[in-house]
Design a protein around this ligand. Sequence first.
Ligand code: G3I
Length: 397
Amino acid sequence: MKLRRWVATAAVAVATVATLNSLPASAGHPYDPTDQSLRNLGLRHNLYVGTAVDMDALADPDDPQYRQIVGDEFSTVTAENVMKWESLEPTRGTYNWGPADELVSFARQHGQRVRGHVLVWHNQLPGWLTSGVADGSISNDELRDLLHKHITDVVRHFRGKIWQWDVVNEAVSDPWDNPPTLHYKGFWAEHLGSGYIADAFRWARAADPQALLFYNDYNIEAFGSGDPANDKTRFVYDMAKDLRSRGVPIDGVGSQGHLGTQYGNYDTLQVAAALKKFTSLGLATAFTEVDVRSQMTDGVQAGESAEINPRLQASAANFSILLQACLSERHCLSFTVWGFTDKHSWVPGTFDNPPEGLATIYDENYQPKRAYNVMRADLIYAGPPYVLPRVAQRPHR
Ligand code: G3I
């Protein structure tokens, strides 16, 4: 090689490495061109790649691979259960911070950001709260005060340690509910009316001005008919627009991404269009709970490859659709899977008739599936002009 050409080539190589190394890095983890982990590949796009964490599995000395993979592969973590109200305050007035603090500490040791999940949800509430409301010993006024106190205590406890809070989770009904016209559903709306949503965001902001505050829901990956009476994405969009117009401090909308290979689902452009519509409101987005389950037919359970392979491929394709859409939108800040191994997944315990499973990116023996490699490939083969680094979101005041 002629000297001049060699110098030019070397200069390009140095510039390339310099550019990559100057890309945003999660705490203490600069981009490493030799590291093919999801978290490292995400750094090229300033995209945080995360998982929900089962704290029992993380602490299990007989299951060291779980802990190893959480630390090696992911740059953000979400507590699958231990930040929910029933876990944090099982007895009225007595907090159990231990397991949640443990996750925050693990995250700090591994240079990871934490998504806080969840402040207001109708599930996994403590028995003392739901039974007190049911027997009338807790009035609706007292319930509102208790919610205010809960949000304030929890957000203050973790102040400065949480990147994104799921402030309100799953507040909206589905078209298959009764009545089918979409509406605010569940315990909180029934007792406090829909005004609790704005209150919750304001109380959370007051307790931690730096955390990004998200509304989080499922079945909002893409728009449908556009009619808020039956299009849940449209209903949530209208809700977010209304909250923004009233100055309620909401910073983002989280799309959970619980999909199934037996459904039609969406294509990448449909999902990207939905993300863009949310970000047009000045909001960040994130995929917060992605998994893609399949029906466990007799053939699947018998190990028949002709039954298993199409499901693994369809699952991988759906992970890819959501990830590519997220990559395409600069305000899509993170992509979190709801558990990474079929060994620890909520799916088989919840869907048993017919049985469902195979929902995550590693099998029960921690072997990466096609979905894992498809995610890596999406992160590797993405770049300008269609994929640009994420834009950091600042909390709205
Ligand atoms: O902690 C008890 C344990 O003491 C008991 O022995 C055991 C027996 O069943 O149950 C344990 O509680 C379970 C808990 O997970 C912790 O493992 C509950 O039964 C079980 O219902 C609960 O499921 C969780 C589910 O939320 C509850 O709705 C799943 O792990 C969790 O993945 C799931 O996560 C939700 C998100 O928070 C919100 N979006 C949907 C997502 C999936 O449902």
